[in-house]
Unconditional design. Structure first.
Lengths: 72, 145
């Protein structure tokens, strides 16, 4: 399991949850809010590289965050 | 501008001063890089954003070069944002003037509501009250001619 620690002020939790839903078929993704952080635990489903999957998910969250900021 | 870089396996981490680079510029630069790198932002210290870059498999570039490119992109983003902000002010001013002009001349009610004192009422800066004859009358030869 790989744990990402995403700061809420940089990554809105809605973007994190949306990314978790998008990656549901590749990994088991658990999202937990704790203080100023969103903890994202990523367990890859069979055959996938867990580190790469976690990094791809973080990129996806970043992309969603930026697109949301641009749209608002 | 940034702390010495710390390598984490293939990844590299560096910090940026938010007072120099606004967060939107950092997001903009990060967005340009997400097709080539895994990018992770953090703010462990107030006023400083840490950026972690890890090249994606198949990206043929040294991590240090990517950091340099990221910083160049960041400068471009910050500069573009300054220009947009300046242009926004110009556009707002021009639009306001255009809309004010489109409202047309003052109506009779506006003129009646104007507060004219004795002096202002007879003020004629454009010389409209001067008669044609007075304005264009032939002048005699100047003294000494």
């Amino acid at each position: 399991v790989i744990e990402l620690r995403l700061r809420l002020e940089l990554y809105p939790v809605e973007a994190v949850r949306e990314a978790a839903r998008a990656y549901a078929e590749h990994a088991e993704v658990e999202v937990e809010e704790r203080d100023a952080l969103t903890l994202v635990r990523v367990s890859a489903l069979a055959g996938a590289d867990e580190q790469t999957l976690a990094d791809e998910l973080a990129n996806y969250v970043l992309g969603l965050t930026i697109e949301r900021r641009a749209a608002s | 501008m940034r702390r010495p870089m710390a390598a984490q396996s293939e990844a590299i981490v560096f910090e940026l001063e938010e007072s120099l680079y606004p967060l939107d510029a950092i997001y903009g630069a990060a967005y340009v890089f997400i097709d080539r790198c895994y990018v992770l932002l953090d703010r462990e210290n107030p006023g400083r954003i840490s950026v972690r870059l890890r090249p994606k498999p198949g990206v043929d570039a040294a991590t240090e070069d990517l950091v340099g490119e990221f910083e160049n992109e960041l400068l471009g983003q910050a500069w573009r944002r300054l220009l947009v902000e300046d242009n926004r002010r110009v556009v707002e001013t021009v639009t306001t003037q255009a809309l004010a002009g489109a409202a047309g001349p003052r109506g009779l009610d506006d003129l009646l509501d104007m507060d004219l004192d004795e002096q202002a009422a007879f003020d004629d800066p454009l010389g409209i009250a001067v008669s044609w004859e007075e304005k264009y009358k032939k002048r005699g030869p100047k003294e000494g001619e």
